[in-house]
Design a binder for this molecule. Structure first.
Ligand code: ZN
Length: 244
């Protein structure tokens, strides 16, 4: 099975459609790791596209924030403004569909899906090897697929309580083995923060056991104009151009 792995779409439908076009022919299933909404201009369109294409979908902290399920006082002011805008925009059917999503999914035997981390699926960021080690300690699957940080990365468990961070620039395709546990992050479709503004995603081949990082360029100016037109904070549209 070849699986398109997407995360952190953040209401950026132009980026999501660029990913689907770029990945055409490379996958037969799609798994989505949450944060479908928040920040961008097309929350309903993104949810509906994910509903059409994805087989497994979990929710993220921004999905919960838009539903009013978490307190946003810890969000920075622009994220809070975007959350309030998103919350107002959500169609009733979209809202109830998002509300039914679970924060993690582990029934694909070898793969645990969680937006944040295996230990804390909604809130924790896996951004360094110490956090990865803490999560390996509680992981019961060989592989965890996470998003949330908007940084494509693989954390690999090594002997003697060590972990290694692998970045996509070093090698786009990685071999997975069931005896070496990994936490894999495809990066963000709709708001990359690793300095590359192109939409980030990954292709997981569960038979060959490979993970391939990929990027898709999209029309950022169109998304920025749309964000401006609906009154979303300019900081959020400007950051799309630099991928930070
Ligand atoms: Zn996110």
């Amino acid at each position: 099975m070849k699986v398109l792995i997407v995360s952190d779409i953040h209401s950026n439908l132009v980026a999501l459609d660029a990913v689907l076009a770029d990945a055409a022919g490379l996958y037969d299933h799609m798994w989505c790791l949450g944060d479908i909404v928040g920040y961008g201009p097309e929350p309903n369109g993104c949810v509906r596209r994910v509903q059409e294409v994805a087989d497994i979908v979990i929710c993220g902290n921004h999905d919960w924030a838009a539903l009013g399920k978490i307190d946003t006082s810890g969000f920075n002011p622009v994220a809070r403004r975007a959350t309030m805008w998103t919350s107002k925009m959500l169609a009733d059917d979209v809202r109830s569909w998002l509300d039914a999503l679970a924060p993690s999914f582990g029934e694909q035997s070898d793969f645990l899906l969680a937006h944040g981390s295996p230990a804390d699926p909604i809130f924790e960021y896996v951004i360094d090897t110490q956090i990865a080690l803490n999560n390996f300690a509680v992981m019961t699957h060989p592989f965890a697929l996470v998003g949330h940080s908007h940084h494509p990365a693989i954390f690999v468990e090594r002997p003697n309580q060590q972990a290694e961070l692998l970045l996509p620039s070093e090698l786009p395709t990685h071999d997975l083995t069931r005896d070496t546990r990994m936490i894999l992050n495809p990066g963000s479709v709709g708001q990359p923060r690793d300095g590359d503004p192109r939409a980030a995603y990954a292709i997981l081949d569960t038979d060959a056991l490979t993970w391939t990082f990929r990027r898709a360029a999209y029309d950022i100016a169109t998304v920025q104009a749309h964000m401006h037109a609906v009154g979303l904070p300019s900081y959020l549209s400007e950051r799309l151009a630099v991928g930070m």
